[in-house]
Design a protein around this ligand. Structure first.
Ligand SMILES: Nc1ncnc2c1ncn2[C@@H]1O[C@H](COP(=O)(O)OP(=O)(O)OP(=O)(O)O)[C@@H](O)[C@H]1O
Ligand SMILES: [Mg+2]
Length: 299
């Protein structure tokens, strides 16, 4: 690693640095012992090419690490954005982000891969606030949908991936489930099911309750046509009740056409100290703060 490189992220098997260059390059270092993860990510990134998927620049290695070089996303991940009060976005931003994520899923579908670990930490944000899906260490061929190991992060794991329908089974509709949860988080500006707490133990009890159908996702707080219904459907317990990628992408593209994109870019106000709900969620242009006890997104 270059001595002047800045670490911009850490993960289970390595770290990510800003490696410089024009355009700027991010380099993900994966420990050489984790060859399977590296190979999966390598094969996926070689196949993918889409404006809403992080651009791949090449591979490298040193004594200890395999290295993936990719486009640097200046605003880091969606998690940082959602948790940053100085970034005030609108429902138009949320709608465009819905379109970005489903455009990425449609490309994955075309290429024939499932992501299987979609969560705000793995959705990167570039300088222009364009979302880019990243972190392909858990991908799988979409044709071999059945798997006996459930992967991914508990909170965003679909019931069928956890084995609710017999064996653990991920399909394109499992990625739709995770995107539905992220859209809920974008509108609510807090972690989904945060009433359960955010530690690993409470995550397990949340998950048990989802599998036992003792809890259902509340509707996100917004007045826009159809969004509540879309999120309810995309996070349905049964995959066949969820919308397919074509329908989802059309839904968000139509909304974007209806509302326009003039107010897509968030306002950046360093003076703003508490999180603001998406402007327009209540049909007004008011800045409405989140309730105090909800400010607990990333911990
Ligand atoms: N291209 C990039 N530009 C900016 N930040 C990045 C980039 N790639 C990764 N990051 C930051 O580093 C974090 C970790 O990266 P990534 O998700 O790819 O690896 P990981 O989580 O270690 O992978 P795994 O889930 O396989 O353990 C991201 O959540 C993000 O904050
Ligand atoms: Mg990650």
């Amino acid at each position: 690693m270059e001595s002047n490189a800045t670490v911009i992220g850490r993960g289970t098997f390595g770290f990510v640095v800003l490696a410089g260059g024009h355009p700027k390059i991010a380099a993900k270092y994966i420990l050489k012992g984790q060859t399977a993860i590296f190979k999966k990510e390598q094969e996926a990134m070689e196949k993918l090419s889409h404006p809403n998927i992080v651009k791949f620049y090449g591979f490298g290695e040193d004594e200890y690490f395999n290295i993936i070089k990719m486009e640097y996303c200046e605003r880091n991940s969606l998690l940082q954005i959602l948790d940053d009060p100085s970034i005030i976005y609108s429902m138009v931003t949320a709608i465009c982000w819905g379109e970005h994520m489903f455009a990425a899923l449609k490309h994955l579908e075309k290429v024939g891969i499932l992501h299987r670990d979609i969560k705000p930490e793995n959705v990167l944000v570039d300088h222009q606030f364009i979302l880019k899906l990243a972190d392909f260490g858990c991908v799988r061929d979409s044709k071999s949908a059945k798997s006996f190991t459930s992967v991914g992060t508990l909170r965003y794991m679909s019931p069928e991936t956890a084995g609710a329908l017999g064996i653990s089974q991920s399909t394109l509709l499992s990625d739709v489930y995770a995107v539905g949860l992220i859209l809920w988080e974008i509108i609510e500006r807090r972690r989904v099911y945060s009433e359960y707490g955010l530690n690993p133990f409470s995550q397990q009890s949340l998950f048990r309750d989802i599998l036992d159908k003792k809890t259902v996702l509340s509707d996100p707080n917004c007045v826009q046509d159809g969004i509540k219904d879309f999120i309810r459907r995309s996070t349905s317990f049964y995959p066949n009740d969820r919308p397919r990628n074509d329908e989802s992408l059309s839904f968000w593209s139509n909304l974007r056409e209806k509302y326009g994109i003039e107010t897509f870019l968030p306002i950046i106000d360093p003076q703003q100290k508490s999180l603001i709900r998406p402007i327009g969620f209540d049909g007004t242009l008011n800045r409405v703060a989140l309730e105090e006890d909800w400010i607990s997104l990333s911990h």
